[in-house]
Design a protein around this ligand. Structure first.
Ligand code: FES
Ligand SMILES: [Fe+2]
Length: 486
């Protein structure tokens, strides 16, 4: 992932039904000694927060995270014999490069000799040559030439230079890396890997907050009809996009207190976010969560496009959030992409460039707020609204100050599982989602959404079934002026 230069009217609650209060008691947690969190409970003490958020090599979470594959760069960033690209991952600095024959190398940024940056190195003849003393490193990270040693002992000396060896793989237009020494885990073979290039695209946003903070905003279904309600004031020309916007933002605005249900799975969990609509129907959004940070997001029931969002830690305070966008039924056309990414900077390696900060409140527009725009960011991409509220918590939010509500149930579940698995991993257990219960493949795991039939359980819904036309509810279909994307 790119290392950012900074390296380092309230929605109307129109629900007409009376709902039972639901608490945040996480019935799915298996951790002994976990206190059920009742509504209003405080969540984490400072020690747990440090365990949750620390990603360095000497931390329990950091050690667990080193056992996964991570997306680190779009493949298109690397040219054969082209410039190496700096990558921050899990609190360490690396460079990625493509050698003459086309393979990708991934090595520590610090030269193994005296640690100058290999981002400055020459990339030629199938390796990086450091410009300081000319040591050469091949695509596997092995030192293969040491011109500063007498000729007679060069080869033996080069062989003696220690080197970590990282696993590298290219798939789906992405360079993936696992830092674990020894055998890597199973590759995350999500269904988009098998799609033609015309049906997938990837964009990245680099944000100044910890990876869990970034991930939790994606896991937070309740904010859709609140923070993002301004989306209903815009109108995409593309019919499927317009339907998606009306459905997702219309329905979530009509019931801002979704009932959240979590089903643990070998790879993570499934979440059903259930909303009662004024016309009597129930609408469910089914998310798949794949450990440690993948959120598979549904679109409207009629829309065959999906997002996988991955919150990849650069270090404790910076995150590269990946948006892997794919279509199950045809190319992502330029027109659709233009509409989808309206108001986002064009740079696919950071569509959150120069976003502002707390000092200028990210350019929030009070005039627009007075005129009815809820968040005050009418000219920003919808995801920017998420990034701004995440960053506004500070780089690592103090979770001991939170006061959680029933809408935080999925976040509570995820935190508990991360903490439980990091502790278990430190004691020798497999990482979360990589144990014996993990499926052999992730290719069939797909998010979805639907209008439930009377008495239907969301767990019965086949997210692989063909999409069927289903109107958004009458209120969502009422004219709102403009509309847009998720
Ligand atoms: S620092 Fe790279 S060769 Fe000396
Ligand atoms: Fe959001």
């Amino acid at each position: 992932m790119a290392v950012r230069t900074r390296l380092p009217t309230l929605a109307l609650h129109r629900s007409r039904q009376t709902k039972e209060c639901h608490d945040t008691h996480d019935t799915t947690t298996e951790a002994p000694g976990d206190d059920p969190a009742a509504v209003g409970a405080r969540m984490l003490n400072a020690e747990d927060n440090r365990l949750l958020t620390g990603v360095g090599p000497d931390t329990p979470m950091g050690r667990m995270l080193r056992g996964y594959w991570h997306p680190v760069l779009r493949s298109a960033r690397l040219e054969a014999d082209g410039a190496p690209v700096r990558v921050g991952l899990l609190g360490q600095k690396f460079v990625a490069f493509r050698v003459t024959h086309g393979e990708v190398g991934f090595v520590d940024e610090a030269c193994p000799h005296r640690c100058t940056s290999l981002a400055l190195a020459r990339n030629e003849d199938n390796g990086l040559r450091c410009i300081f003393h000319g040591w050469k490193i091949d695509v596997t990270g092995r030192v293969v030439d040491v011109p500063t040693e007498p000729r007679a002992c060069r080869a033996a000396f080069a062989e003696s230079v220690p080197r970590p060896r990282y696993h590298v793989r290219e798939s789906g237009g992405i360079v993936w890396v696992c830092l674990q020494q020894g055998q890597p885990p199973a590759f995350p073979d999500f269904e988009f890997h098998a799609l033609p290039e015309s049906q997938r695209e990837t964009r990245i946003a680099v944000m100044h907050c910890n990876w869990v903070q970034a991930m939790e905003s994606v896991l937070d279904s309740a904010h859709l009809g609140l923070l993002h309600q301004g989306q209903l004031q815009r109108a995409p020309a593309d019919a499927s996009m317009a339907d998606h916007v009306r459905t997702v933002f219309g329905n979530t605005q009509q019931d801002t207190a979704p009932q959240l249900e979590v089903e643990p799975q070998g790879y993570g969990f499934r979440e059903g976010a259930l909303r009662q609509l004024p016309d009597g129907r129930r609408y469910v959004q089914i998310r798949e969560f794949v450990a440690p940070y993948y959120s598979l997001l549904p679109a409207a029931p009629t829309v065959a496009r999906r997002f996988i969002v991955a919150s990849v830690p650069i270090d404790d305070e910076w995150t590269a959030q990946w948006f892997i966008h794919f279509s199950l039924d045809g190319p992502l056309t330029p027109e659709l992409l233009a509409e989808r990414w309206q108001h986002a900077p064009e740079n696919p390696d950071n569509f959150y460039e120069n976003p502002g900060d707390i000092g200028n409140l990210w350019g929030q527009d009070r005039e627009a707020m007075r005129n009815g725009h809820f968040s005050g960011f009418p000219g920003r991409h919808i995801f920017h609204e998420d990034f701004i509220v995440q960053e506004a918590m500070g780089p690592i939010v103090d979770r001991s100050r939170e006061y959680l509500s029933s809408s935080d149930r999925v976040i509570i579940h995820t935190r508990r599982q991360l903490l439980r698995h990091a502790r278990a991993h430190a004691a020798g257990a497999p990482a979360w989602g990589l144990g014996p219960q993990a499926p052999a493949s992730l290719a069939r795991i797909r998010a979805g959404s639907a209008y439930l039939k009377p008495g239907q359980d969301w767990r019965e819904i086949d997210t692989h079934a063909a999409v069927e036309p289903q109107p958004a509810s009458a209120e969502a279909l009422a004219p709102h002026g403009e509309t847009t994307t998720t």
